[in-house]
Design a protein around this ligand. Structure first.
Ligand code: PEP
Ligand code: MG
Length: 972
C-alpha cells in the first residue's frame, strides 16, 4: 500500500524559491478482486483471501469475489467507522462480480447473493463472524423462487440470512431462533431442518424477522447494500470480540493484525440431493495416513458441517453418491497439495452437481500425523528431508514421550465394564479428570483449583475456548473431525473425543447418559484421544512406545543434519539404556551422589561423614566402594563404546544427614519422654513399696484366727504387686532404649550443627568438598577406574570422563586433579591395563568462565552446569526464586522468561561464550558441552549450537527432542 503522504510534504517552496514537486494524494487500495491477489499476500488479504486468490490463479473453480484488506479493518477500528474509499471500492468490486456472474445484487429478476466472511492472517477457527446469503429480501426471494423453482431452498437460505444477520450483526442470541426451529421440527416430526417444507421455512423466516425486531427494536434491513455494509462492519468488529481476543492470547497471535473480509458469490449446497457441502483434509490429520479425510452433508449449507448440529457423512461416501464430482475433487486435492507442498484443509460446496472450492489452508494435525506427513511428503519429493525435519516441531516429538493409557489397565477396565462409549479420535493422548459441563466451571476447576477436568458438551463453540484450554481433555456428543471441538483440541494438543453419538448430554441437569448409565458432574472419566474411547474412572498411564517408524526415520534425518552431539544425564544403568535407545551418544552427567541416597548405602555414607578418626572414615568408604564400582560397571556396559562422564560428589554433606530442625524436634521429644518415664518409674517404685508394706501389715492381721475383720485376699495383693513390678520393668527397658536413641540423635544433632552453613548452596560442596575430604573422591575415582578396567578386560569399550564440579579457581583443579590422577594411575597399574580417560570440570561459577583459559590448563573438557551458573550469575537461589518471586518478575515483564528453563543469553550466555573462547585459546580442541537442564530446551539448544558447543546433555526423555532441536539449529 502506498500511504497518503503527510500534508507538510505536499507543497511548499524550496530554497531557491521554485515550488517543490507537488505529490498527489495516492489512493489506498482497500479492496482486491480474487484475480488481483496472490497467496503471498496473507498479511494484507488474510489467509483465506490470499488462498482464494491463489486458487483462482490456479484455475480452480472458485466463485467470483473480492477481499477487503486487513488494513481496512485496522483503519476502521482506529477511526470507528469506514475510512474514505473502503465502501466505494467495495461497491465497484461488487460491480465486477456482477459482470463475472451475470447476476445483479438486489435485482429480483436475476439476483446475486454473497457471503461475507472473516479471514485473518492466521487461522482462528470460528472465532470471528460470517454472514451467508446476503442480498435476500422479500422481493428477491420471490424472484429467486421464480428462477430456481425451489421455494424450499430459497426460504431455507433466507431464514439462515435473518438468523445469521440477527446474531452476528444485530447481536441477537442464538437460542430464540433455535427454539422456533425446534418447534417446527417437533411439529413435523422430523429431526433434520432439511426435512422442513418451504411453507415452514417461509413462516420461520417471518418469525425470525419478528424476533430480530422484538429483540433489537430494529427491523431486519431489506436493502441488500445496507446488509452488505453492516455485515462488513460486523466482521471488522468481531476482530475485537472477547472470544477472538482470548483465542489470540492463547495462540500467541498479535492483536494488531486485523482481519480481512471476504465477499464471495454464494453457491448453494442446499439445492437438493445433487448439492452438498463438506470440509476435508487432503490426508488424515489424526494419523497422517494418505487418504482424503473429512465429512460432508448433502442438501446443506457450509455452517451445518462445522457446527456439528447434523450428523455428517464420511467423505468416502461421496465417491458412491457423486462419483464424477468426487473424481474432480480428488484431483483438485492432489493439485493443491502439490502446489502448497503441504496437506490442505479445504471447504467445498456442490451446487446442483457443480463443484466449488470455498477455502484451502494448511491443515492442522496431531503430532503423530505431523511426523508421518513430513516424512511422506519428503519421500514423495514434495519437500526435502531438511524441510521435513524443519516442519516437525519439538512438541510433536514430545507427544511420543508423554503418557498414554496403560493397555493392561485399559483392558482390565473394559473387562470390569468400565468402557462407556467410543466416538471420533480427533486429538490423541490420554486424559482423566472430573466432568465439567460448561466452560466457566471447567476453567474454575482446572485453572483455579488445579483439578484435572474433562470438559463435556453436546458440541463446543468459540465461546467455550477458555474452558477447553483449562481442561485436560474434551468430550462432545456431536460434531465431526472438523468440528470446532476437534480443531481447537488439535491446535492446543488436548486429547479429545467428539461425536459420541451414544451419549446424551443434558447440560441443564449436569449429566450425560449412555445406554441407561448416568454420569454426573464431578465424576471422573478417562478419554483416549488416540482411539476415541471413553472410560469410567481414572486409568493408569504409560509412556508410549518410541518405535514409531516415521519418528525414527525423521530423527535419523535430523541426526544427519545436526552438528551438536546429544548426550544424556543418567545416573543408573536403566536410565543409560533408555537414553541410548532414544539416541544418546554418550553420558554427559552422572550425578554420583544420587547413589549415596539408597537405603542400604546411606548408613555407610553417614558413618563416613560422622567418623571421628581416619580409620573409621576409611572403613565406611571401603564399604561404599563396591557399591560405586557396581554402579559404574553397569553404566560402562550400557554405554559400551560411548563416553561416560561421571561427576564426583557435589552437594553439601548435610544433605545426607537428617534435617537439623527435625533432629532438634526429635531430641526434644525424646528428652521429654525420657524425663516423663523416669518420673513414672519413681511413682511406680513408691507404689510397689507401699503395696508391699500393705501386704506385710495384712499378713499380720490375718494371724489371729477367727478374727471378724474383712481383709483383701493375698492373691489379689500379690497380683497387683506383680503387675506394678512388670510395669516398672517395661518402663526401665524403655528408658534404656530411649536413652540410646536420644544419645544417637544428640550425636547426629551436634554433627549436623557443626556442619551447618548459612548458605549451603554456596558452601562446602563441589570441588571444595573433594579437597576437604580427599578420601571420598579418592574412593570414587578408584571405583570408576576399577570398574573401567574390569569392563575393558571383559571386552567393553570404556571412555570414562571424570568431572569435577563447581570449580572457581584453577588451583582447585591443580590440587584435586593431581591427587586423583595418582589414584587413576595406581588402579590401572594394579589392574595392568590402560584406559582412555579424561579429567575435566564443570563451569558453573562465573569466575570459572571468566578464567576459562587458566582452568583449561588442567581441565581436558568443560561442561557448563547452567543450573548453578544461572543461580550464581543472577545471584538468586533457584528454589527460592521458582517458588517465590520469579513468577512475579515474569508477570511484570522484568524477566522475559524463566532463566532456569531457557538460557539467559545476554548474561549466562555471554559467560558461556567467553568460557568456550578462553578455554579453546588454551586448548584448541577442548570439548565443551552443557549438562544443566537447559540441555533439553530447544531454544537453549539453538544457543549452544551458536556458541560452538560440542554437545548438549539432557534427561533421557528429552533426547529425541534435543536431536530434532539440534538439527533445527543447524538449519537456521
Ligand atoms: C548444573 O548446575 O547445571 C548441574 C548440572 O549440576 P546440578 O544441577 O547437579 O547442580
Ligand atoms: Mg551444579
Amino acid at each position: 500500500m502506498i500511504a497518503t503522504l503527510p500534508k507538510s510534504k505536499v507543497s511548499h517552496k524550496n530554497g531557491n524559491g521554485r515550488p517543490r514537486k507537488t505529490y498527489k494524494k495516492e489512493k489506498v487500495k482497500w479492496v482486491y478482486l480474487f484475480e488481483e491477489g496472490a497467496g503471498r499476500m496473507r498479511d494484507l488479504l488474510g489467509g483465506k483471501g490470499a488462498n482464494l486468490a491463489e486458487m483462482t490463479a490456479l484455475g480452480l473453480p472458485v466463485p467470483p469475489g473480492f477481499i477487503v484488506t486487513t488494513q481496512a479493518c485496522n483503519a476502521y477500528l482506529n477511526a470507528g467507522g469506514f475510512p474514505t474509499g473502503v465502501w466505494e471500492q467495495e461497491l465497484s468490486a461488487l460491480k465486477q462480480i456482477e459482470k463475472q456472474t451475470g447476476k445483479k445484487f438486489g435485482d429480483p429478476k436475476n439476483p446475486l447473493l454473497v457471503s461475507c466472511r472473516s479471514g485473518a492472517k492466521f487461522s482462528m477457527p470460528g472465532m470471528m463472524d460470517t454472514v451467508l446469503n446476503i442480498g435476500l429480501n422479500d422481493e428477491v426471494a420471490v424472484g429467486l423462487i421464480a428462477l430456481t423453482l425451489d421455494a424450499r431452498f430459497v426460504y431455507d437460505a433466507y431464514r439462515r440470512l435473518v438468523q445469521m444477520f440477527g446474531s452476528v450483526v444485530m447481536g441477537v442470541a442464538d437460542e430464540p431462533f433455535e427454539v422456533v426451529l425446534e418447534h417446527y421440527r417437533n411439529e413435523r416430526g422430523v429431526t433434520n431442518d432439511a426435512n422442513l417444507t418451504s411453507k415452514d421455512l417461509h413462516a420461520i423466516t417471518q418469525e425470525f424477522k419478528a424476533i430480530v425486531k422484538a429483540k433489537t427494536g430494529h427491523a431486519f434491513p431489506s436493502d441488500p447494500l445496507e446488509q452488505l455494509k453492516l455485515a462488513t462492519e460486523a466482521v471488522f468488529k468481531s476482530w475485537n470480540g472477547k472470544r477472538a481476543i482470548d483465542y489470540r492470547n492463547a495462540a500467541k497471535i498479535p492483536h494488531d493484525l486485523g482481519t480481512a473480509v471476504n465477499i464471495v458469490t454464494m453457491v448453494f449446497g442446499n439445492m437438493g440431493n445433487d448439492s452438498g457441502t463438506g470440509v476435508v483434509t487432503t490426508r488424515n490429520v489424526s494419523t497422517g495416513e494418505k487418504e482424503i479425510e473429512g465429512d460432508y452433508l448433502t442438501n446443506a449449507q457450509g455452517e451445518d458441517v462445522v457446527a456439528g448440529s447434523r450428523t455428517t457423512k464420511p467423505i468416502a461416501a461421496l465417491k458412491e453418491e457423486m462419483p464424477k464430482v468426487y473424481a474432480q475433487f480428488e484431483k483438485i486435492c492432489k493439485k493443491l497439495e502439490k502446489h502448497y507442498r503441504e496437506v490442505q484443509d479445504v471447504e467445498f460446496t456442490i451446487e446442483r452437481g457443480q463443484l466449488w472450492m470455498l477455502q484451502t489452508r494448511d491443515a492442522k494435525r496431531t503430532a503423530q500425523a505431523a511426523i508421518r506427513i513430513a516424512v511422506d511428503l519428503a519421500e514423495e519429493k514434495f519437500i526435502s528431508k531438511a524441510e521435513a525435519v524443519q516442519r516437525v516441531k519439538p512438541e510433536h516429538v514430545d507427544y511420543f514421550l508423554h503418557p498414554q493409557f496403560d493397555p493392561q489397565d485399559k483392558q482390565a477396565t473394559k473387562d470390569r465394564g468400565g468402557w462407556i462409549a467410543t466416538g471420533l479420535n480427533v486429538s490423541p493422548g490420554a486424559a482423566s479428570g472430573v466432568l465439567a459441563f460448561d466452560a466457566d466451571l471447567a476453567e474454575k476447576w482446572g485453572k483455579g483449583e488445579k483439578r484435572a477436568v474433562i470438559m463435556v458438551r453436546p458440541e463446543t463453540k468459540p465461546d467455550d475456548v477458555h474452558g477447553m484450554l483449562a481442561a485436560q481433555g474434551i468430550l462432545t456428543s456431536k460434531g465431526g473431525r472438523t468440528s470446532h471441538a476437534a480443531l481447537v483440541a488439535r491446535q492446543f494438543g488436548k486429547p479429545a473425543v467428539v461425536g459420541v453419538a451414544a451419549m446424551e448430554v443434558e447440560v441443564e441437569k449436569r449429566l450425560f447418559t449412555v445406554g441407561g448409565r448416568v454420569f454426573k458432574e464431578g465424576e471422573v472419566v478417562s478419554l483416549d484421544g488416540t482411539t476415541g474411547e471413553v472410560f469410567a474412572g481414572e486409568l493408569k498411564t504409560v509412556i508410549p512406545d518410541f518405535n514409531d517408524p516415521y519418528l525414527i526415520k525423521l530423527l535419523k534425518w535430523a541426526d544427519a543434519i545436526r552438528e551438536l552431539g546429544v548426550w544424556a544425564n543418567a545416573d543408573y544403568p536403566r536410565d543409560a539404556q533408555r537414553a541410548r535407545q532414544y539416541g544418546a551418544e554418550g553420558i554427559g552427567l552422572c550425578r554420583t551422589e544420587h547413589m549415596f541416597f539408597e537405603t542400604e548405602r546411606l548408613p555407610f555414607v553417614q558413618q563416613m561423614i560422622l567418623a571421628k578418626t581416619a580409620e573409621e572414615r576409611d572403613a565406611a568408604l571401603a564399604r561404599l566402594l563396591p557399591f560405586q564400582r557396581e554402579d559404574f560397571i553397569g553404566l560402562f556396559k550400557a554405554m559400551d563404546g560411548l563416553p561416560v562422564t561421571i561427576r564426583l560428589i557435589d552437594p553439601p554433606l548435610h544433605e545426607f544427614l537428617p534435617s537439623h530442625d527435625e533432629l532438634l524436634k526429635s531430641v526434644t521429644e525424646l528428652d521429654t519422654r525420657l524425663t516423663d518415664l523416669k518420673d513414672r518409674i519413681l511413682a511406680v517404685r513408691d507404689r510397689v513399696a507401699s503395696q508391699k508394706r500393705m501386704l506385710a501389715a495384712t499378713e499380720e492381721m490375718r494371724q489371729p484366727a477367727g478374727q471378724e475383720v474383712k481383709l483383701p485376699s493375698r492373691e489379689d495383693q500379690l497380683k497387683s504387686i506383680a503387675e506394678h513390678e512388670n510395669r516398672l520393668q517395661d518402663y526401665e527397658t524403655s528408658v534404656v532404649k530411649l536413652g540410646v536413641a536420644l544419645a544417637q540423635q544428640q550425636k547426629m544433632l551436634s554433627a549436623v550443627q557443626s556442619m551447618r552453613e548459612a548458605n549451603p548452596m554456596l558452601g562446602l560442596r563441589g570441588v571444595r568438598l573433594g579437597i576437604h575430604l580427599p578420601g571420598l573422591t579418592n574412593m570414587q575415582v578408584r571405583a570408576i577406574f576399577e570398574a573401567a578396567c574390569l569392563c575393558a578386560k571383559a571386552g567393553v569399550e570404556v571412555h570414562p570422563k571424570i568431572m569435577i564440579p563447581l570449580t572457581a579457581h584453577d588451583n582447585e583443579l591443580k590440587v584435586e586433579q593431581g591427587w586423583l590422577e595418582k589414584v587413576a594411575k595406581q588402579v590401572m597399574a594394579e589392574q595392568a591395563i590402560e584406559i582412555d580417560y579424561q579429567f575435566g570440570t564443570m563451569i558453573e561459577i562465573p569466575r570459572a568462565a571468566l578464567t576459562a583459559d587458566e582452568i583449561a590448563e588442567y581441565a581436558q573438557f568443560f561442561s557448563f552446569g547452567t543450573n548453578d551458573l544461572t543461580q550464581t550469575t543472577f545471584g538468586i537461589s533457584r528454589d527460592d526464586a521458582e517458588s517465590g518471586f520469579l513468577l512475579e518478575y515474569i508477570e511484570k515483564g522484568i524477566l522475559p522468561e524463566n532463566p532456569f528453563a531457557s538460557i539467559d543469553e545476554k548474561g549466562v550466555g555471554k559467560l558461556m561464550e567467553m568460557g568456550v573462547k578462553l578455554g579453546r585459546q588454551t586448548r584448541p580442541n577442548l570439548e565443551v558441552g552443557v549438562c544443566g537442564e537447559h540441555g533439553g530446551d530447544p531454544k537453549s539448544i539453538a544457543f549452544c549450537h551458536t556458541v560452538g558447543l560440542n554437545y548438549v546433555s539432557c534427561s533421557p526423555f528429552r533426547i529425541p527432542i534435543a536431536r530434532l532441536a539440534a538439527a533445527h539449529a543447524a538449519l537456521k
